[in-house]
Design a protein around this ligand. Structure first.
Ligand code: KG4
Ligand code: ZN
Length: 345
């Protein structure tokens, strides 16, 4: 594949409608993310039906906008990639059908991208981070509102899930704790701001699974403890927020330490997903990585959260290996990383 190959990427698996035009040398020619947060805020969470309709409403305009900004014309595209799972089925159908239509009209390869693989490969996008992209294998901690897992990234299409959450995803835990503290949705960033004014060791909160074998996570007990602390007025909201955040950071570092023990020889600890934006979480994982002599790599924030550049990049990585998907490919609301299409050859 030539370095000047250009791909269009589309993301629509949750509540971000996004499109990006990416060149194989890593140059982002254009990108746009439309966050539907406002459409869902009144309901305190993502409403699947509203999300699907919003994707349908915004995606065509967004694609036209990025193609216009990229200034290359549809004839210059080499492929079209879209998230085809896991995620909310309505949005997945909108995004992948749009991509298939374009691929059919232009006789281009279509790539059905696994959203988790896109998060996993983002750090390999040339020029995204200072220094050379990490070599395989590396450990990925995916910390978002919908996903919470430790994944050993052994190579393109080769992933081993070492552990995942038994109940809530970590971002969901942040959002629920924030709601209990009376903060708006999505609460993670609000909770972090409130925590900055609080004392992280004032409220004794549980640290679920800390020290236990393996690297699974659990957050529901912590959420219940926050509810109790709030109800009993054990401390001010800022102290509860700070104590919650400290408990989460400690648990994540402990689970990541176990994951590193399970995966000797990794080249880096990679963190992605919205919760990677959290300063306390980054600090805890950063010290763990430093203690193990590993770099901790986190994509810049806008590429930690859902975006289409990561989908386009995953598409290019697959295209380079001769992979593409038939237009008959069906999006999958559930699509574990261990069930990806095998590599050619
Ligand atoms: O990756 P993401 O944008 O979307 C998916 O869930 O796929 O992650 C959003 C999640 C939300 O739960 C949000 O509250 C959380 O990431 N989040 C944070 C912070 N920024 C976003 N949690 C804690 N601290 C933050 N600064
Ligand atoms: Zn995501």
């Amino acid at each position: 594949m030539k370095r000047d190959a250009v791909i269009l990427g589309i993301e629509s698996s949750c509540d971000e409608t996004a499109a990006a035009v990416l060149r194989a040398d890593g140059t982002i020619l254009a990108e746009a993310v439309f966050s539907q947060q406002q459409e869902h805020a009144a309901f305190g969470g993502v409403v699947p039906e509203i999300a699907a309709r919003a994707h349908l409403q915004y995606l065509p305009g967004l694609v036209a906008k990025v193609m216009d900004e990229a200034g290359i014309g549809y004839a210059a595209l080499h492929a079209v990639a879209a998230t085809a799972g896991p995620g909310l089925i309505g949005g997945l159908i909108v995004g992948s059908s749009f991509a298939k239509g374009l691929a059919l009209a232009r006789a281009l390869p279509f790539l059905a991208i696994n959203h988790l693989e896109a998060h996993a490969l983002t750090v390999r996008l040339p020029g995204l981070l200072p220094g050379a992209p990490p070599e395989f294998p590396y450990l990925l901690l995916l910390l978002s509102g919908g996903h919470c897992q430790c994944v050993l990234v052994e190579g393109l299409g080769r992933y081993r899930r070492l552990g995942s959450t038994l109940d809530d995803a970590v971002g969901e835990a942040f959002d629920k704790a924030a709601k209990l503290l009376g903060l708006p949705w999505p609460g993670g960033p609000h909770l972090e701001r409130l925590a900055a004014r609080g004392n992280p060791s004032l409220v004794p909160l549980p640290r679920p699974l800390l020290g236990r074998p393996g690297c699974d996570f659990s957050f529901s007990g912590l959420k219940t403890a926050v509810a109790r602390a709030v109800a009993l007025g054990q401390a001010g909201p800022e102290d509860i927020a700070a104590s919650f955040q400290a408990a989460v950071a400690a648990v994540l570092a402990d689970r990541a330490a176990h994951a590193l023990d399970m995966a000797p020889g990794v080249t880096a600890l990679v963190v992605a997903g919205g919760v990677a934006a959290n300063g306390a979480v980054r600090a805890a994982l950063g010290s763990l990585a430093a203690a193990r002599g590993l770099p901790m790599l986190a994509p810049p924030l806008r590429y930690c959260t859902d975006n289409a550049v990561m989908v386009a990049w995953a598409g290019l990585e697959r295209l380079r290996h001769g992979l593409a998907d038939p237009l008959s490919h069906n999006p999958r609301p559930r699509w574990p990383l261990t069930e990806l299409s095998p590599l050619a050859g």
